[in-house]
Design a protein around this ligand. Structure first.
Ligand SMILES: [Fe+2]
Length: 535
């Protein structure tokens, strides 16, 4: 049985394909259309997934879409009556979603009548929860999804048992930990969609001087089955202006409107313009923002642990990308095991919706664990050779490079306060870090042991933590062998890991890898089995 998951008309558009319970492929549209966080319809991602599975559109039995425009209709209606422009936007969204079968047929130039699949609309946060639990190794786990907003909710939690999930509570619009973080991120002058991680990095340089103000901006409150929080809405504007994400049809870049209000400026002081120098005041605000997020997020997890009596937790939603908060789960809550979906943001919804259909709707047993994140395109030796040939590099031969300050050059392309991350041989984790629970997807930050900080200064952040990737031989034999060779040479089982891109989506095709290599003046590029040195 073949299930296609499609996250469409939303940031991080993506597709995934699950055949008889096994994940075969999953990829974001941005890797193909080269627009970061691309929204719209993920036609190229779907095409790739079908090709990888050796299927055509007519072989698909179920299509799972992680959005249900009919969820939380009461709340939507309430806000639609207060905001006519918002009501109009909802109508447009509804039209797009009900048109997904037609969009799919059009993208493949197929007759809609030839698509045999049954279409399922899965509520946004249920798809997030499914993306984490159903592909984890846990038989039973507590579940939490937290993000900006999806299907008019920002947070949902519940329990997973075998092939079933049970929802225990949810927090509807406008209260949202994701929008709380977005509001302050915008206020601090980081205006691009997805910039929250930069502010999380900045927080390590500050002091939580303004924690009391942030305790007023987001407040603990029992909302649903004894758990939850509430925003101090005076500090926000999204509940007055409408929450919908929009994107330019021309370039598919998602855009969120202004989320903070004048009241926030009155309370926290003048807004920082993007070009303005970062001062201690900004660093302290970032630190206070992060501190309050941790109090609320970890507080909710603590209650969830108590209510469930479980030792394992699965996390998804954009807030679950907060590796600093995630790293504190072990010391701050009774949970002993954590699984965060590698695409915890909305890209992972395609996988989650597909598995929701397979288990929750069709009742199939669990048989798959997602223990690596390598589900996107790879390229053959021939394709790589062709790309090297047409770049002109081959004709020049592979010369001995001069050593250059490659990383320094690269650092200049991004904010200097942003940390790099360490990849460590999984078996050496406890020697270098204060925790040793696996972190294969870089979704957890642990303290670096003080005596090891001078051994790995580059990927140790200002607060002494590292957002580590634990690498096992089983998940990635080549990378494991590379780090082992580095350890044999230096005694250090750690290399620095940074995404292969330069202010663009991560490179996908060999041509893009070569282009980035030449643009950024790296010294060497390993592409498949080829080593390319700068001519
Ligand atoms: Fe989401």
């Amino acid at each position: 049985m073949n299930i296609l998951g499609i996250n469409a008309y939303h940031g991080n558009a993506s597709a995934a394909i699950v055949c008889d319970g096994m994940l075969i492929a999953a990829v974001e549209e941005e890797r193909f259309n080269r627009v970061k966080y691309a929204a719209g319809f993920p036609a190229q991602a779907i095409r790739y997934c079908l090709k990888e599975a050796g299927l055509t559109l007519s072989d698909i039995d179920h299509v799972a879409v992680p959005r249900n425009p009919y969820a939380r209709l009461g709340t939507k209606l309430f806000y639609a009556l207060r905001m006519p422009s918002f009501a109009q936007a909802r109508v447009k969204v509804l039209a797009k979603f009900t048109g997904i079968p037609e969009a799919l047929a059009a993208a493949f130039d197929a007759d809609p009548k030839k698509i045999n699949a049954k279409f399922h609309r899965i509520e946004h946060h249920k798809a997030h929860l499914a993306s984490a639990f159903f592909v984890s190794s846990f038989e039973r786990a507590a579940l939490l999804s937290a993000d900006g907003l999806g299907d008019f909710a920002s947070t949902m939690w519940g329990f997973g048992m075998g092939n079933r999930m049970e929802i225990d509570g949810a927090i509807p619009f406008p209260h949202s930990l994701g929008l709380y973080y977005t509001a302050v991120t915008q206020y601090l002058g980081f205006l691009k969609f997805g910039d929250e991680y930069k502010v999380m990095g900045l927080a390590a340089y500050g002091q939580p001087e303004q924690l009391d103000a942030f305790r007023d901006i987001v407040r603990f409150e029992s909302r649903s089955n004894g758990n939850g929080f509430r925003l101090g809405l005076d500090y926000f504007s999204h509940h007055r202006t409408g929450p919908e994400m929009s994107w330019a049809e021309s370039d598919k870049t998602p855009v969120l409107g202004k989320v903070f209000s004048d009241e926030m400026v009155k309370r926290l002081g003048p807004v920082r313009a993007p070009e303005e120098t970062l001062e201690d005041r900004h660093r302290n605000l970032a630190c206070s923002l992060q501190g309050r997020l941790e109090e609320v997020y970890l507080g909710m997890l603590k209650k969830l642990a108590k209510r469930s009596g479980l030792k394992a937790v699965c996390l998804a939603g954009g807030v679950a990308f907060n590796c600093v908060a995630n790293g504190k789960i072990f010391d701050s809550t009774p949970f002993e095991q954590v699984y965060v979906h590698p695409a915890a943001g909305d890209a992972g919804l395609a996988v989650g919706a597909a598995y929701y259909v397979w288990h929750q709707k069709l009742g199939k047993p669990r048989s798959f664990v997602m223990d690596h994140a390598y589900w996107g395109p790879g390229y053959s030796r021939e394709e790589i050779l062709q790309a090297i040939g047409s770049s002109g590099l081959a004709q020049d031969g592979y010369c001995i490079p001069e050593m250059k300050e490659i990383l320094n050059r690269r650092i200049k392309h991004r904010e200097s306060f942003r940390p790099f991350a360490p990849s460590i041989l999984a078996e050496n984790t406890a020697e270098y870090f204060e925790k040793s629970h696996p972190s294969p997807f870089m979704t957890l930050a642990y303290g670096v042991r003080p005596e090891k900080r001078d051994k790995i200064p580059a990927p140790t952040h200002a607060d002494g933590t590292g957002r580590l990737q634990t690498v096992t031989r089983e998940a990635n034999p080549s990378y494991h062998a590379l780090i082992s060779a580095f350890r044999d040479l230096t005694g250090v089982p750690v290399v620095l890991n940074t995404s292969f891109n330069d202010n663009e989506p991560i490179v996908c095709r060999p041509e893009e890898a070569i282009d980035c290599f030449l643009r950024t003046q790296m010294d060497a590029l390993v592409l498949g089995d080829f080593l390319i040195l700068r001519p």
